[in-house]
Design a protein around this ligand. Sequence first.
Ligand code: NAD
Length: 337
Amino acid sequence: MGAGGHVIKGKRKVAVVAGGAGFLGSHLCDVLLGDSWEVVCIDSFLTGRRQNLRHLERDPRFDLIEADVIDLRPGQVMRGGGRIDAVFNLACAASPPHYQADPEHTLLTCVLGTRNLLQLAERTGAGFLLASTSEVYGDPEVHPQAESYWGHVNPTGPRACYDEGKRAGETLAFDYARAGRVRLRVARIFNTYGPRMRPDDGRIVSNAVTQALAGDPITIYGDGSQTRSFCYVDDLVDGLVRLQAVEATPRGPVNLGNPEELTVAELAERVLALTGSASALLRRPLPVDDPRRRRPDVGYARQLLGWSPRVGLETGLRNTIAWFRQERHWALSVRPP
Ligand code: NAD
């Protein structure tokens, strides 16, 4: 790891990955390093995990700046005048129990954090990729959700700090792009799962896998008939890398996710079958503003990036279950909420 948290100067392209200690961000760091980039990770470790970066500690092409993006100044990252080619903004708690724990911080992360990173990209001429979310569609009235749908979001509910934060982050980013201040790419990410997701994430995949492996009842919110579409992490990160690299300027945000839709009860049954667990299903009330249906229309990503998900649910779940088995001590100490 480079000393002092400054950009490493070299011939390779340099990426800043904000939120790089998290689930998606740490996989993105791995892929970029594998593609011969140098990587500067910025993370406050709010929900990220040092273990996700442990294998990179001795890599001279990797650098870590421990900072909150809300307070980030471009100078902190630009020290030494090093080049930056791409800024990926993934910094934000992504699961409801985490982003609702401090809603003000979540909203400010999405808005002020995004502004600080946009300024960094503007000052360095780097491309800017914003990790937005399918939550900008809220509880959708249109199915599946295409990028042209403006969404159905409750602006004052408990999820709004995240949903509206991400919407405002997109607004700000597109204002920078319209004014010619940054080269912008926005990914609207749908539910993604895989190794390194947190056991206390609170969403169905991590709940079901950790609870099945522990022999605990699997929490199902509502009657389990609500649908989700689950994308494996490798596919998602491949989409982010392609989106960053694409020459053509996208006409707007780009959905990334897996269109294979199933109910959360079906997902729980698949996890039970693959783990061989005898856990029962425990029904709990549906959270406020929980979306009933969620499936991406990925036609635009397919056309623009030549991208579509390749990893099927069974393979993805097997990999995820194997990883949670390996991390069972941590998983047991950080139980689902
Ligand atoms: P995660 O919680 O594992 O990662 C987020 C990372 O950002 C963590 O390392 C956390 O410590 C860091 N972070 C949070 N607030 C910060 C702040 N103010 N300053 C600095 N670092 C901060 O979540 P993830 O699943 O990897 O999600 C990454 C991004 O992708 C998020 O922006 C999220 O909104 C988006 N996304 C994820 C999913 C998904 O299914 N995982 C779906 C849609 C969108």
